[in-house]
Write a protein that binds this ligand. Sequence first.
Ligand code: RB5
Length: 157
Amino acid sequence: MKIAVGADHGGYPLNVRIVAELRAVGHAVEDFGTRDGARGDDYPDYARRVGEAVREGGAEVGIVVCGSGVGASVAANKLRGVRAALCSDTYSAHQSREHDDCNVLCLGARVTGEELAMEIVRAFVGARFTGEERHLRRLAKVLDIERAETSKANDEV
Ligand code: RB5
């Protein structure tokens, strides 16, 4: 699977592990950085790059890691077409794909231990949207909100 990943300095150490493991099991991973965990950089830059890769079809799913995962998820969810899930447990990780068709996983490297984080990654990457009617109905309502917000923003210009 094509997977886009990115992390700020807070998420860097965990991101190194994620990239290594996903590549080792055969995924095509595009790493949008950072390459320098000692530099105080900004999580929106990585959330944006990963989100754009997913939205534009360069990756099927994305993973963004920051210190808490909160900033990464707030930023990623600003991109149209991105549904980012901040997860600290494996149930939410697979359900976010199966029910909510989330396409970006966010992790907090300072909050979630590394081994649990890797289980969360495996649960997210391994799950698929079920496409069941009730989930499609709810997803359509989410997309309605996104469309309405976008047209409101366009009207304001
Ligand atoms: C960086 O210090 C930290 O604020 C960032 O990684 C993230 O936790 C924000 O939500």
